[in-house]
Ligand binder design. Structure first.
Ligand code: GDP
Length: 178
């Protein structure tokens, strides 16, 4: 039946969060399996396409948007958020401020979707390779997820830990099979 046709329109997945938490690194790690110590800010205005195959054989197309150096008050932010199917709220586990600011990013998403169905929301604690410098306890992380109906993830763009797992899980949730 037509219901078995793979969805050809990509899901829009956006990375939000303070500067330097690792959004571009996460996007590059997932889309190209690459990590660099620094990326040109201009990369941030791009988006990447990635096609993945779920364990059940279903193919899912993702369009991954990275807001790059845009700050929360940036003029283009609304355009990035608009139409998103999934939002990755990213912070750096060694930077408590970046975790606190996730609240503001989520508020902005809620405002953008005021009259529409909210996208899937994930909370992403990045830089777990720096766990010895962690300032955000995982209980805080999980509490935020419980309170805001967000899916919890910890990952490391630097060594790739959990990055694919995160996007595959989200893709499965978007496809309605998780
Ligand atoms: P963005 O501004 O949120 O896009 O952050 P970037 O991707 O540009 O990363 C900011 C800095 O954090 C860069 O120096 C990255 O190399 C570094 N970085 C990103 N992810 C990780 C990580 O998982 N571990 C460590 N140790 N550094 C990371």
């Amino acid at each position: 039946s037509g219901d078995d046709e793979p969805r050809s329109v990509p899901y829009k997945v956006i990375l939000l969060g303070d500067g330097a938490v690792g959004k571009t690194s996460i996007a590059m790690r997932f889309s190209q399996d690459h990590f660099a110590q620094s990326y040109k800010q201009t990369i941030g205005v791009d988006f990447f396409h990635k096609h993945i195959e779920l364990p059940n054989g279903q193919r899912v197309a993702l369009q991954i948007w990275d807001i790059g150096g845009q700050s929360i008050g940036g003029k283009m932010i609304g355009n990035y958020i608009y139409g998103a199917h999934a939002v990755l709220l990213c912070y750096d586990i060694t930077n408590y401020q970046s975790f606190q600011d996730v609240e503001d990013w989520l508020r902005l998403v809620r405002r953008t979707f005021a009259n529409e169905t909210m996208p899937l929301v994930a909370l992403v604690g990045n830089k777990v390779d720096l766990a010895h410098m962690r300032t955000v306890r995982s209980t805080k992380h999980n509490q935020f997820c419980d309170e805001n109906d967000a899916t919890p993830f910890f990952l490391c763009a630097k060594n790739g830990e959990n990055v694919n797992t995160c996007f595959f899980k989200l893709a499965a949730m978007l496809a309605g099979v998780a």
